[in-house]
Design a protein around this ligand. Structure first.
Ligand code: AOF
Length: 217
């Protein structure tokens, strides 16, 4: 039987409660563990030779494998927030299975972030030791957890992003051979970027990078 990770099991979709002072909180990108956020700058990626500035832009682009122009616009943004905003008007046209695959896509995006920023992102992940990691969010208790009390002590949410980060951290602790420096494409249909199937991602960022279109003019 194939064993499923805790994030994949449907019974694990319930809300979780965390005491803020007892966990690693990911909230603002400038804070100590802000680099764990998908919005953090300084962790560049490269897929099929295309440069992508943040994990957020990559994740949002993965909604639209059938709309390369929308993907180009998303990954051409300098700000991760703007990349997310550019995806918003098209959300209803996300790939039809998006809700079923989005956590797998996010797991793959985090793997890519680690493979291509192995030292820096790896160091930050390991610095969380064995503590729970929780993305604090004002609105989103699926990827993160929301403050529920006036004192700001209690966070409640599914915290799927935090749980994927913890899952990756545990894999990294065992990665003595650097296996995590290579990331195979996700086994889902139409896993495409700019009209081409996404290839295996490796740690070595080539110098000969194809820039997003908006940088060319
Ligand atoms: N951190 C953070 C957000 N959360 C991020 O948004 C992404 C999911 O987007 P979606 O599923 O399309 O709504 C995911 O990377 C999650 O971590 N959203 C924000 O508007 N501001 C923020 O500072």
């Amino acid at each position: 039987m194939i064993s499923r990770s805790s994030v994949d099991r449907p019974e694990n979709s319930q809300l979780r409660t965390y005491v803020r002072s007892e966990v690693v909180v990911v909230y603002k990108t400038k804070e100590a563990f802000g680099g764990l956020s998908n919005m953090a700058a300084g962790y560049p990626l490269q897929i099929n030779g295309v440069r992508i500035l943040t994990t957020e832009a990559l994740y949002q682009a993965c909604r639209f494998p059938h709309m390369p122009d929308v993907q180009r616009e998303i990954i051409g943004q300098h700000s991760p927030m703007t990349a997310k905003m550019k995806s918003k008007p098209h959300r209803k046209n996300s790939r039809p299975d998006w809700d079923e695959v989005r956590h797998k896509v996010m797991r793959w995006c985090l793997r890519v972030k680690l493979a291509q920023n192995y030292e820096e992102f790896g160091r930050l992940l390991l610095a969380t030791r064995s503590q729970p990691i929780v993305e604090q969010s004002r609105k989103d208790d699926y990827w993160g957890a929301k403050l529920v009390d006036d004192a700001g002590d209690i966070l409640v949410g599914q915290n799927v992003l935090g749980r994927l980060l913890m899952e990756l951290r545990e894999k990294l602790k065992d990665d003595t051979e650097g296996v995590l420096k290579t990331v195979p494409p996700l086994g889902i249909s139409d896993f495409m970027l700019l009209g081409k199937p996404i290839e295996t991602v490796t740690a070595n960022l080539s110098r000969d990078v194809q820039k997003p279109q908006s940088d060319m003019f």
